[in-house]
Design a protein around this ligand. Sequence first.
Ligand code: FE
Length: 359
Amino acid sequence: MHIIVSERKSNVIRRAALLPLLALSLSLAIPVPSTAQDKVLNLYSARHYQTDEALYANFTRQTGIRINRIEAGDEPLLERLRSEGANSPADVLLLVDAARLWRAQIDGLFQPVRSRVLESRIPAHLRAKDDGKGSDWFAFSTRARVIVYNKETLRPEEVPTYESLANPGLKGKVCTRSGAHPYMLSLIGSISEHLGQPAAEEWARGVVANFARSPRGGDTDQIRAVATGECAVALTNTYYLVRLMRSTKPEDQAVVAKVGMVWPNQKGVGTHVNVSGGGVLKNAPHREAAIRFLEYLASDEAQVYLANGNNEWPVVKSATTGNAVLDSLGAFKADSLSIAAVGRAQINAARIIDRVNWR
Ligand code: FE
């Protein structure tokens, strides 16, 4: 578990501890304008990248709202929020992957937000379902899940689709990370949405039968295993590949030289796309500031910081990243399945990976 709490970030913890005391002292002091309480924002974020300092500093410069950050992995943050319950000081939660955003939504962690800015800038298929009160969460960047293959042992024509990974001809050649990881749950869930649960399960059984090894490691480990020839084909999120492509380390360049990439399902529904995103927490003490922050994340400027921090694409069309290496992957047809449906489909996906033992 990886938790960063810098001196500045630890403000959140101290503030939480002092909250009852603070409330008491405020009630005894001269009245404070009600907007004063909105000059701070408590952010729980599963994203932490080099561009973050500029991203957050610009928000503070524009609004005067100071940001206290708690940065940790998605699961530790969710765990923390559940244990804090109604007393949580957190205003905004940023997570990675629709599977996790949907889980947080189902756990009742978010409150719906109605915002003309967010609704006009973020496409409808990249938000949580709006049941009339607004959306619980919004996507702020996108990534695609692609096929990588060893250029010496496989031809790209052999793996044009996710479905092709189940072809018997690929026996002993396929590597994936655990099917229980949110990136896999979302992909398997999307396949289940498109093919129906029985066909998706048959497909998953076929992929498992083709494993070169038991699932282990993250996406970068799959790319490396393709490069060494341990497997001929694997799945990865685009930013892991781009990270290796942009690396100046000779060993990373050697990996990149061995590996080719396929945009899956271009003649069909398109390549599976996932998101990072976030929402306003149910018990947010600074609701107005929280909504302003989400609106800021949808600005062109913040969109570029968010996307470039992790070699992703902005969700707002007018934002351009100028990421030449990412652009070198070329244009592709993205699956237009709503990200809310992808999140929801993880229930089916979890059932499938249990039945076919994709662990
Ligand atoms: Fe990742």
